[in-house]
Design a protein around this ligand. Structure first.
Ligand code: RRO
Length: 286
């Protein structure tokens, strides 16, 4: 899959390679109303990674349903809509709006955005609030729901268990890690909103460990995300217990990265004489 926020609505990339070959596309976080996002600068380089403070810039759910879903309905690749809100009611209303819309195959519940004033990662930071959002979304839609967890919490396995209990169909992790950078010439934070979310290879070992923990704590499919750039990274996540993976920041440097990773996994399976990817899931746990 593509990771939310790094692949737009899929349409931006469709002329670059055959995106229909991907497992799924997860679109940019979507809110009830359109949002302009945070003040610039919103991106800062980090060693082996990227800091972002986009602030949920998006076209809003009405435009998404009107302009994007009809295009997706003609695609073979399933599209999953990432949703974010400031209140539990926002999440429920978004889920209900998306229910039954042609071209939308699932919902990824974003309770892990580090860059907004209200809602977002706040909901994902405790088992109780994470479960409340999950219950509300589940009641509002018949679509499969993935819940995307934040690493900015005391015990991610506890949050995962609460979300599973509340009815999630799958769990994706991790979203970006809260961080910052300072411009020493200006003596000021580099990002307009001071803090941002760190992604890319810098967070891979953290993400891998969290996937390992969560896969050991829940029976649901776990979708690994965090710094996956090459097929070998993806295979590590699968061996840690992920049933699927998302490629995010790597797409910003190499738009074809999700397909390169997919083809690399297929090549690895062939090399190892494995017919079924399922044989590799959790292989490093046994
Ligand atoms: O838009 C963002 O600033 C953003 C979001 Br919604 C998210 O979930 N994760 C992230 O790193 N940035």
């Amino acid at each position: 899959m593509t990771a939310s926020g790094t692949f737009g609505y899929g349409t931006e990339y469709s002329h670059m390679f055959d995106i229909q070959k991907l497992g799924a596309i997860v679109c940019k976080g979507t809110t009830l109303e359109p949002r302009d996002g945070n003040p610039q600068p919103r991106l800062a380089d980090a060693a082996c990674g990227l800091l972002n403070s986009i602030g949920l810039q998006n076209i809003g759910v009405d435009a998404l349903i009107r302009e994007k879903a009809p295009i997706w309905a003609g695609w073979r690749v399933p599209v999953i809509v990432n949703i974010a809100g400031e209140t539990i009611d926002d999440y429920a209303r978004l889920a209900s709006r998306l229910d039954g819309v042609a071209g939308i195959s699932g919902i990824e519940v974003n309770i892990s955005c580090p860059n907004i004033k209200a809602g977002g990662a706040e909901f994902g930071s405790t088992p109780k609030s994470a479960a409340e959002v999950t219950t509300a979304v589940k009641a509002a839609t018949s679509l499969p729901i993935l819940v995307k967890l934040t690493p900015n919490t005391a015990d991610i396995a506890e949050v995962a268990m609460a979300v599973a209990e509340a009815g999630a169909d799958a769990i994706s992790l991790i979203n970006s890690l809260k961080g910052m950078a300072i411009d020493i010439a200006q003596r000021r934070p580099l990002l307009g909103r001071i803090t941002g979310g760190l992604s890319g290879p810098a967070i891979k070992p953290v993400a891998l460990h969290m996937v390992y923990e969560v896969a050991g704590a829940v029976r649901l499919p776990v979708i690994g995300c965090g710094g996956i750039t090459a097929a070998s990274d993806a295979i590590e996540f699968i061996m840690a217990g992920a049933s699927a993976i998302q490629v995010g920041t790597a797409s910003l440097a190499n738009p074809r990265a999700p397909l390169d990773v997919l083809e690399g996994i297929e090549q690895f399976l062939k090399q190892e004489g494995i017919n079924n990817l399922a044989d590799l899931i959790g292989a490093a746990r046994r």
